[in-house]
Design a protein around this ligand. Structure first.
Ligand code: DGJ
Length: 377
């Protein structure tokens, strides 16, 4: 009898702690649960990225309804502590004009905003698919603002690097081989042709495909646009111009045929690390990690950074950004989306701390954690 009472008291206590602490305001992260903003609505900022300016973090992400199509645009939230977020509104709105590239019903994914010190502008890049074309357009979109919360002015979309060969491309790959390129997909010949630049050649004049993407700004202020290209088979890393509004001619291919999506990049102790996903649509898969001495590579594979139960599906999520925590050394947060393709608005956020073991990034599951995690060396 007594044991039953003790058990019940324990149960009630633990339930009330959980219920209390997973509603706004927060003093910890609860990955995978409903995450309320200050208006007590589940945060709607999927495929997001974070920019820090002044004393404030800004979280930009896709507004999603039931479907994944853009009906509202790109939302922005602000926070001082990373646990509690205020909705600032729509940073980049879809346009009513049916001829606009960002009309309602287009696909606007994975927005990333960076601040340009030289121009004082906030620059947003995102993956754009034109309305009614599925995922065929494969463009990168560009918008700017004078304020972190917008409104952002939409400038244009395009396929990058038209008419420019990658830096790590062999001279002989610039010409189609005499016997032509492989036609049947997934054969040995096809993989070889892919490696030897078949899709780069195909898209040379009109520009390279750009789908899942991120933007990374290095310590010297140089920014890079990293995106899945070549039918999602190969990552492309491109340097941006000084104003971050265009591409220079400096770009490389990374892991041809590697099927990396959802790229994220961060710098730790003078090395660059990249965490990506595999290619399985909205279904989760095993993450990958890489290390390099330069953003432009070469990138060395380090394997799956996730460890423990459900590590083979990245805790049922897909990477979107790695956030360096301000004011803390060696403190990086792995941000990922647990997609809900039947009802996208219910998609969850998986934020987990990154640790380093043997110079490799490691991500483990925590039901609950807070920033003091990074104090424990
Ligand atoms: C996986 C990508 O990572 C997402 O951003 C989205 O484009 C889906 N594919 C669409 O199937």
């Amino acid at each position: 009898m007594e044991r039953k009472v003790i058990f019940l008291v324990f149960l009630v206590n633990s339930l009330s702690i959980t219920a209390q602490e997973t509603t706004y305001p927060y003093d910890a992260f609860y990955p995978g649960t409903i995450w309320e903003d200050s208006g007590e609505n589940h945060i709607n900022a999927h495929g997001g990225g974070i920019m820090f300016k002044g004393d404030t973090y800004y979280w930009y992400g896709e507004h999603k309804g039931k479907s994944s199509k853009a009906r509202v645009g790109i939302n922005v939230y602000s926070s001082k502590d990373l646990y509690n977020w205020k909705k600032e509104g729509v940073a980049l709105a879809v346009e009513d004009d049916p001829d606009s590239e960002i009309t309602g019903g287009s696909v606007m994914e994975r927005p990333k905003v960076v601040y340009n010190e030289k121009t004082g502008k906030y620059v947003m890049w995102f993956h754009l698919e034109l309305k009614g074309q599925g995922y065929a357009a494969a463009r990168t979109g560009l918008a700017v603002s004078d304020n972190p919360t917008g409104p952002f002015e939409y400038l244009k979309s395009f396929r990058p690097n038209a008419g420019v060969w990658p830096k790590n491309f062999k001279e002989e790959w610039k010409e189609t081989p005499e016997d032509g390129d492989a036609e049947e997909w997934w054969t040995d010949e096809w993989y070889k042709a892919l490696n030897d630049g078949m899709f780069v050649r195909r898209d040379f004049e009109d520009g390279q495909m750009a789908r899942d993407m991120t933007v990374f700004v290095d310590d010297d202020g140089t920014a890079y646009h990293i995106h899945s290209s070549e039918e999602n088979q190969t990552l492309h890393i491109s340097e941006l111009t000084d104003d971050y509004l265009g591409f220079t001619d400096n770009w490389v291919r990374v892991k041809p045929g590697g099927q990396n999506e959802a790229p994220t990049i961060f710098k730790h102790k003078e090395h660059y690390y990249m965490i990506t996903s595999g290619l399985t649509g909205w279904e989760p898969n095993k993450a990958r990690s890489f290390k390099a001495e330069s953003v432009m590579g070469p990138w060395k594979g380090l394997g799956n950074p996730a460890k423990g139960e459900e590590a083979n599906v990245t805790f049922r999520s897909q990477s979107t950004f790695v956030l360096p925590v301000q004011g803390k050394e060696n403190a990086y947060i792995f941000m990922a989306d647990r997609w809900k393709p039947d009802n996208h608005i219910d998609g969850r956020y998986i934020w987990l701390p990154i640790e380093f073991k043997n110079d490799k990034p490691i991500i483990e599951w925590h039901d609950q954690w807070d920033l003091s995690f990074f104090n424990e060396e």
